[in-house]
Design a protein around this ligand. Structure first.
Ligand code: ZN
Length: 236
């Protein structure tokens, strides 16, 4: 534990050990490390139906696994994520503990009534020759549940994320430059409610000045070390 970074990592681990409700907020900095960035900029259309097959090829990175481990240690209230890749769940975080602010590639949604369909199911229909799959209930058009730039974020998820943010005693932002609002307000809500705030992101964020600890490093490298320290602290 000689250098500056190791000292900060140890402090983050200490905060986790001493907290009851940890909320982790994640963004594109995690996906890029898993090289999902290739998907970005793809627009609508039925090419999305093949995306879930591509998604099967993408694997969680060390940061996803470290966060999932925190959950197993009983240290995680929930993950609030801007990512649509489902990698937190794939790494082992239970579905009900992941709040997806930008939707999920795993789900498609009826534009008419809002009913959700697994992307896999819709993809299967297309494979069986259905040209434009529609909603069983209302005949409405099915669309990816992910939010494109400029679209409003899902109201329920935003509300729940805000509630959890205000209820936590430690928020750790991992791999988000906090550039998209209202998602980026979550750490501010946490801070307002008296929580400690840790920001782990390579580039600057607009709320760096609110952070109790600020680490400019890649998510995978830092989170694995944080987890190691947490485990050894809990063991002693
Ligand atoms: Zn419908």
């Amino acid at each position: 534990m000689g250098n500056e970074l190791d000292k900060l990592i140890d402090e983050v681990a200490e905060m986790i050990v001493n907290s009851k409700n940890v909320v982790v907020f994640t963004g594109a900095g995690l996906s890029t490390e898993s090289s999902l960035s290739d998907f970005k900029g793809q627009k609508g259309g039925w090419t999305r139906a093949s995306m879930m097959r591509m998604i099967d090829l993408v694997q969680p990175d060390p940061a996803h696994y470290a966060i999932a481990e925190l959950e197993k240690l009983g240290k995680l209230d929930c993950v609030i994520t801007q990512n649509v890749d489902g990698l937190h769940q794939k790494a082992g975080v239970p579905e009900e503990k992941v709040i997806e602010l930008h939707g999920s590639l795993k789900w498609m949604k009826c534009l008419g009534c809002g009913k959700r369909y697994p992307t896999e199911e819709v993809a299967n229909r297309i494979e069986q020759g259905v040209k434009e799959p529609v909603c069983d209930d209302c005949g409405g058009t099915l669309k990816s549940s992910t939010i494109s730039f400029g679209e409003p974020m899902p109201v329920n998820e935003i509300k729940e994320a805000e509630r959890r943010s205000r209820g936590c005693d430690l928020m750790i932002v991992v791999g988000s430059s906090l550039a998209v609002f209202p998602a980026a307000w979550m750490p501010v809500y946490a801070k307002e409610a008296g929580a400690k705030l840790v920001i782990i992101n390579i580039s600057d964020t607009p709320i760096d000045r609110h952070a109790d600890i600020r680490i400019s490093e890649s998510a995978g490298k830092v989170m694995s070390k944080v987890l190691e320290r947490v485990k050894s602290k809990l063991a002693t």
